[in-house]
Design a protein around this ligand. Structure first.
Ligand code: ZN
Length: 355
């Protein structure tokens, strides 16, 4: 059985960042998924360990879910044999992107593309959860998710692992601007920032634009306890030393967390750089490496080869011990004025007031 029952984590964090029994946080592993952490009660951080992580430069078999799943399973098994404990696949790795006039005119998925979506607890996703369980590895997998009860398709990423399905993130940034560039009008927006508990501690999952263009999302994940942020992406026009590398570095540097960015290869983006792999892929792993607050820890020149690197969570803890970021930004912390000013600014944007 790949899907675990909801579990109750009882945890809390005091102003010095020390764990204490306090607030019950329900980590729900059954659909519909809910956010699993809040900044007020960050998820527990298990002891810091070193793990091998991998970002896959993945080329999907266009609109062939079974063929893509077979490639994903093979990559998971190969990585696990190599000792990898966390593997990240790109945005929409299970289907690739396909432009569609019918979707565009409806402003949501047409019947054809709705049918290409997978239920997060459907047979194909269960297979991928099962292969992760059998291989004792966590995997973040970008896929088109069909809503279980409504005619919606989400640009989603599932986190599966030794426990089975851990959770799913639905991309928020699928709006008008993205429609013009990526023909993403077939997708319905998600509305949650997601951080999930794992045996290696809290892992944030956010897709492409949601992280790269929204540094505040990564910061909130960090304040919710994330030590690792997995970022499935699908973008062209990037090369080694290009934007993706700089963004992976920036998010890692400003939060002192590890960032694993896996980028799609081809996958339907046949616009301005048709079929040319050297402008795709270029996945990265970035994170703290004392005394440097962040470095690019792994990258590669082969656009089709996975990028593998070591994540030493003690590096995160070492910087957190100096910065006390979580405690500083919490109630009673030295930097509560930042939290209050930022919260007030955002509240004003949605017509509310923070007392
Ligand atoms: Zn369509």
């Amino acid at each position: 059985m790949a899907f675990k029952k909801p579990v109750e984590l009882v945890l809390g964090i005091n102003r010095r960042g020390l764990l204490q029994g306090a607030v019950a946080v329900t980590a729900v592993a059954t659909a519909p998924f809910t956010q699993t952490a809040s900044a007020a009660t960050p998820l527990a951080r298990p002891p810091a360990v070193k793990i091998k992580a991998q970002a896959v430069n993945f080329e999907p078999v266009m609109q062939d879910n079974n063929a893509c799943a077979a490639k994903i399973k093979a990559a998971i098994e190969t990585a696990a044999r190599d000792g990898v404990k966390l593997i990240v696949f790109p945005e929409m790795a299970l289907q690739g992107f396909e432009k569609c006039q019918d979707c565009a005119s409806r402003g949501r998925a047409c019947d054809k593309h709705l049918a290409t979506g997978e239920l997060v607890d459907g047979p194909l996703m269960r297979e991928l959860a099962d292969v992760s369980m059998r291989n004792d590895i966590y995997a973040v997998i970008g896929f088109g998710e069909r809503d279980p009860s409504r005619p919606f398709l989400y640009n989603a990423a599932a986190l599966v692992g030794p426990e089975g399905l851990v959770g799913v993130n639905r991309k928020m940034g699928v709006g008008q601007g993205m429609q013009q560039v990526h023909s993403q009008s077939m997708f319905t927006s998600g509305d949650k920032i997601t951080v999930f508990p794992t045996r290696y501690g809290p892992i944030g999952v956010g897709i492409c634009y949601d992280i790269w263009m929204n540094g505040d999302v990564a910061r909130l994940m960090t304040l919710q306890g994330a030590r690792i942020i997995a970022v499935p992406t699908a973008t062209v026009g990037t090369t080694k030393g290009g934007d993706l590398e700089k963004m992976a570095f920036a998010r890692a540097r400003e939060n002192n967390v590890f960032v694993i960015n896996a980028n799609l290869v081809r996958g339907g983006f046949d616009g301005h750089i048709q079929g040319e792999p050297k402008f795709y892929s270029h996945s990265y792993i970035a994170g703290p490496n004392w005394p440097s607050m962040a470095q690019i820890l792994a990258s590669g020149d082969d656009p089709f080869a996975p990028v593998t690197g070591e994540i030493d969570l003690a590096q995160y803890e070492r910087f957190l011990g100096r910065s006390n970021l979580l405690a500083r930004r919490a109630i009673g912390g030295q930097d509560i004025q930042f939290t209050q000013a930022i919260a007030s600014g955002y509240a004003a944007l949605i017509g509310k007031q923070v007392v």
